[in-house]
Design a protein around this ligand. Structure first.
Ligand code: AHG
Ligand code: MN
Ligand code: MN
Length: 338
């Protein structure tokens, strides 16, 4: 019989063998995984669970909230606030931070999440997910504030996502490679299904929302034009395109078979660095992608080196197969200014 390694067993063995996962962090990840399981159950129920459609409210970014955005946010908060492992949480769906209430013990970790990524895909039954990033509160200092969260991506203690697709898959890193766990629905547990995930250096697949083409900056147009020119163009090979509109699902494909993902700055809203959020979308994905041998930049600099100044800060994102990310970044640096 093939030996099945559960998430719990994996975490305990990592802790024992490499001493890299402190007890509190292990608990935190187990709790997040349990919350993702609950979200997965709601997602799967769809119309039968009355989880589809809009909630009739807006989040801090001015986006209409879907019922599942709110449900997923509540599930993550409820699951995480009582265990004693966290000091506070921050989410795409909450303007300020959620400090662990006084009635519970306070831990040292900070958890940030995009509770439901790919909201536009909920009602059409296309893959969606949850993205999360774990930081540690700086030592000393009483209480916890938003400033404690403003740490660069390089400070992440762990990061991951859970994709709710034909399979529910949890993908994790603690800075020692990337592991994937598939949810066994009958057993109700996550089972290790791949370890040491590696993104191929070269790829023939790109992901970008082509409908924004007329708003792009010249280096982005150059990169995509060259890819579209195919085997007779400067790249000398044909490219394929995919755009799921759930970052989680696009990144999952890239971790599985390579590719490059771009959500660049564009001229629609020139004062916004990009659409995606640095703290709970770009940083955790950048950590995973780098741990799998890929790269992640804002088209100029490494994403994980950026010093955040706001919880809901936006950022341009280019991530995936290393050589392609380096090419896109080089085109921007060559072109000089934005
Ligand atoms: P969210 O649902 O958390 O707001 O995130 C959606 C993001 C991301 O998942 C995806 O890559 C991108 O928005 C899609 O944007 P477009 O609709 O502009 O293509
Ligand atoms: Mn998102
Ligand atoms: Mn979201």
């Amino acid at each position: 019989m093939t030996r099945r390694i559960s998430l719990t067993q994996y975490l305990i063995e990592q802790q024992r063998e490499h001493g890299q996962i402190p007890q509190e962090l292990r608990l935190l990840i187990e709790v997040v995984a349990r919350a993702c399981k609950r979200i997965s159950i709601s997602v799967t129920k769809g119309a039968l669970g009355e989880v589809l459609g809009t909630a009739g409210s807006e989040n801090v970014q001015g986006e209409i909230q879907k019922k599942l955005d709110i449900i997923a946010n509540e599930v993550l908060i409820e699951a995480n606030e009582w265990g004693g492992h966290l000091a506070a949480m921050a989410s795409e769906e909450m303007e300020g931070i959620h400090v662990v209430p006084n009635r519970y013990p306070q831990g040292e970790y900070l958890l940030m999440f995009d509770p439901l990524d790919g909201s536009s895909n909920i009602d059409v039954n296309v893959s969606i997910g949850t993205i999360f990033s774990v930081l540690k509160k700086a030592e000393g200092g009483k209480g916890v504030s938003e400033d404690d969260f403003l740490q660069p991506g390089t400070a992440q203690a762990a990061a991951g996502y859970c994709v709710y697709g034909p399979q529910t898959t949890l993908v994790l890193t603690f800075g020692q490679g990337v592991a994937m766990f598939t949810l066994d629905r009958e057993q109700g547990s996550f089972v290790l299904t791949s370890e040491g995930v590696k993104i191929p250096e070269d790829t023939k697949e790109f992901a970008i929302n082509m409908s924004n083409m007329r708003h792009w900056d010249a280096p982005v147009s150059r990169y995509i034009d060259e890819a579209l020119a195919g085997s007779t163009g400067p790249r000398g090979k044909d490219f394929n395109m995919r755009w799921i509109a759930s970052m989680v699902a696009d990144v999952h494909r890239i971790l599985t078979r390579g590719g490059v993902f771009l959500y660049p700055w564009d001229k629609r809203e020139p004062n916004k660095a990009g659409k995606l959020r640095l703290m709970y979308e770009a940083n955790p994905m950048a950590f995973l992608v780098e741990q799998a041998g890929g790269a992640a930049t804002n088209a100029r600099q490494r994403i994980m080196d950026l010093q955040p100044t706001q919880l809901h800060e936006r950022v341009a994102v280019v991530l995936g197969s290393k050589k392609e990310v380096e090419r896109v970044t080089a085109y921007h640096l060559e072109a000089g200014k934005k």
